[in-house]
Design a protein around this ligand. Structure first.
Ligand code: NAX
Length: 328
């Protein structure tokens, strides 16, 4: 029998954690034949609720679930971790400035990055979900100098999936007919969902839509502000869809993109497409055998260029702010 893969989930008692853990345990993260062992990291106030979730995981009798450990110590949580899903973060509360938010999250992601550096398995793969996801990933990555930088990624897959859903609705296509969509930049309201290289049932998506006004005034803001629309409708922020996107992100990273398609991931820039090297920005990527490459050679038109640049500029400002705070 296979050795279980150690999967660490932070913020395990939160609403994304609740939606995520049962699907990891049922094989949707790594595959239906891969046993998993879960480590749940919470802050002390969250431990009791995490224990409740662990009781329910026991009660589901998942054949692939080989163990659950609950702790408030990052060094224990990341010991031998093969996959780490960093979901727990400090949300923005009333009156909090951006600097306060970055500082509070630095207090979480810097020690977690160090614990990953010191204790995780050599093949560790990290996905940061907790916001501000790209910059939290940058903080964790900077605190882990012994881990290859490309093992730290930030989640823009929810934005990617939201964009596919909106494009499918507009064109009357099935989501499975949509390929090669790209989210560029930051997981924030400045993100740029790009359909110029996308395909709808094999045809160029921008040509099928043929309406730049719709792109600028409807599609882009609908995708970028979807999180706020969910809060407005549901009275709580996206949880099951965020968990689903986290599973998709890791599953694609480990198992590969389909031929002729790509996905969107927040990854450390190598300078491609004018994104300053070192920023964690979303790119079109293909994956194979557990590693990924940025799709090269895409022509960036004059509709896309300023939108990519604006989101990347925001990332550079966040990086400068956390640098000034001594967090990277
Ligand atoms: P919840 O507030 O329900 O849960 C967060 C959990 O994290 C809590 O149980 C809390 O005790 C725990 N926590 C806080 N600090 C911790 C620490 N230092 N170590 C371990 N656990 C810690 O939030 P939830 O709705 O689950 O959202 C989690 C994060 O995902 C938020 O930052 C949210 O903004 C972010 N999101 C990111 C998305 C993305 O696409 N990248 C989309 C969905 C979501 O908004």
């Amino acid at each position: 029998t296979r050795t279980p893969v150690n999967v660490t989930v932070t913020g395990a008692a939160g609403q994304i954690g609740y939606a995520l853990l049962f699907r990891i345990a049922s094989g949707h993260l790594l595959g239906a034949d891969v046993p998993v062992s879960l480590r749940l990291l919470e802050i002390p106030q969250g431990l009791k609720a995490a224990e409740g979730t662990a009781m329910e995981l026991d009660d589901a009798a998942f054949p692939l679930l080989r163990g659950i450990e609950i702790t408030d110590d990052p060094n224990t949580a990341f010991d031998g971790a093969n996959v780490a899903l960093l979901v727990g973060a400090r949300p923005r509360t009333k009156g909090m400035e951006r600097g306060d938010l970055l500082e509070a999250n630095g207090g979480i992601f810097k020690p977690q990055g160090k614990a990953i550096n010191d204790h995780a398995a050599d093949d560790i793969k990290v996905l940061v979900v907790g916001n501000p996801a790209n910059t939290n990933a940058l903080i964790a990555q900077s605190a882990a100098p012994d881990v290859p930088a490309d093992r730290f990624t930030a989640m823009t897959r929810l934005d990617h999936n939201r964009a596919i859903a909106q494009l499918a609705k507009r064109t009357g296509a099935q989501v499975s007919d949509i390929k090669r969509l790209t989210i560029w930049g930051n997981h924030s309201a400045t993100q740029y969902p790009d359909i110029f290289h996308a395909e709808v049932a094999g045809k160029n998506a921008a040509e099928v839509v043929n309406d730049e006004q719709w792109l600028a005034d409807t599609f882009i803001p609908t995708v970028a502000k979807r999180g706020a629309a969910i809060i407005e409708a549901r009275g709580a922020s996206s949880a099951a869809s965020a968990a689903s996107a986290a599973l998709d992100h890791v599953h694609t990273w480990v198992n590969g993109t389909a031929d002729g398609d790509w996905t969107s991931m927040g990854i450390v820039s190598d300078g491609s497409y004018g994104v300053p090297a070192g920023l964690i920005s979303s790119f079109p990527v293909t994956t194979e055998n557990g590693s990924f490459e940025i799709v090269q050679g895409l022509e960036i038109n004059e509709f896309s260029r300023p939108r990519i640049d604006a989101s990347v500029q925001e990332l550079a400002e966040e990086r400068d702010a956390v640098r000034a705070l001594g967090l990277i």
